[in-house]
Write a protein that binds this ligand. Sequence first.
Ligand SMILES: O=C(O)CCC(=O)C(=O)O
Ligand SMILES: [Fe+2]
Length: 515
Amino acid sequence: EFYSSTSGLEQLFSTEVALLEELQNYVDEITQHAEALQSEIDAIRVEHLSAMDSIGGYLNNPVNAFRLIKRLHSDWETFESSVKGDTSRADYLEAMAVLKENLSYPSQDDFVGSAIALTRLQQTYQLDVAELASGMLNGVKYGTAMSWQDCFVLGQHLYALRDYNHTVPWLQKSMQLLGEQSYGEEPASLDFMEAVVGYHQQMGDHENALNLINHVLAIEPEERRHLLETRTQLEDLITDGVKQGLLHTTARRPGDYHSSREFRMYEQVCRGELTPSPTAQRHLRCRLQRRRFDYAPFKLEELHADPPIVQVHDMVSQRESLFLQNAARPRIQRSTVYNQAGAGTTAAAFRTSQGASFNYSQYATTQRLSQHVADLSGLDMDYAENLQIANYGIGGHYEPHWDSFPEHHEYPEDDLYGNRLATAIYYLSDVVAGGGTAFPFLPLLVTPERGSLLFWYNLHPSGDQDFRTKHAACPVLQGSKWIANVWIRERNQDRVRPCDLQRNHLASLHFKNFD
Ligand SMILES: O=C(O)CCC(=O)C(=O)O
Ligand SMILES: [Fe+2]
């Protein structure tokens, strides 16, 4: 399970704010010092300028003679000692040492995790590297463009992660951006490009290796003659269609879930490319469902007929959503981001593993969440697990899974609850882009809508797992996603879900080992 959270990033952002402030202090101090010295220099220069007309005449003036001697006797010493006595550098380093003890810093895992999240988004939503690097998402400008160094570091890490397919376009982009720099044709830049040729060669990406060599040779044909031999080799490899190198030898194994048909379907559902057929949707209705007492009826939208999946709108108010987010925020902050001294657990994480768990009785709001599900489903909430609140940041996701436990699941000895009969997910936020709940087999994509509730049964009436209910949280492309999960167990629910003695799970068995 890989979640990532925005609350972690907020902590890192404050880290950078503090670092920036300290560095600004330092720069202000040295600027002040430099300005003081500069005005001394200027004054002496003016003096010299007027002396230039006639040095003899100038020095014959006793006042000028005195001033020259006085400057050399004491002023220059003052300048020197003001440089010697400048504590700004030491002050800065000292302040930094203290800051590092107390601030949150990302770990190596966070760095790798954020690089993976970026390529996950690229993969799932088929984003264009050029667009992404320019700070655009789906044609919308979301941030600053990436530098050639950003692209290079990302490429390098993908290389280290052996994700060569993603490495290639990032290195390519990096070199293109480097070529466009004012210093792009300087020897140091060309040396760098030569080194990157090596990466492309290792990966067996002959085309990009050749392009880069040609680029370098066009700028320095004489100095880079040693590349000619490699160029010929590459040309031959391309002509002969030779496939060698890491790109080809480290291809994904056939058993890899990420290259399975099921996973590709999941990604297509996330992108909105795979949707239920009009026939399947024809009988779906929106309706108002009456409630006990005089509560407003549920605004119920049928999303899928068999297995039935409904989304109920306007269940939780904006205020309640924010209350729940704030209640969960301090508790989902995990220690994957730690401070550099290695002492603190204060900092937040890119990954929220399980989110935070709440007893329904803890707050009036959590009680209401439970009551709504009881009213809607008629199920006995005494047999529900604690409420689980989770937050996904950019790239945060949950790959396809069943909420129900498999047939041979080992329940605790004294288990009174049984399998997870039903799932209810409250969406506690809208999501700007991505972050839908995908059911790859149906194939249904549910768009998170703040305040709504998604509900379905994970088990057939026989108690067998309904394998059609496999679902996932698509990666968040933009924004932050908050949900609250309600899982209701199967015990004592017979009044609402009478047990079927027939094993009627054949309809879903096909999806058990799909691919
Ligand atoms: O976040 C979602 O949309 C789905 C979450 C989920 O499936 C789960 O937490 O089990
Ligand atoms: Fe789930």
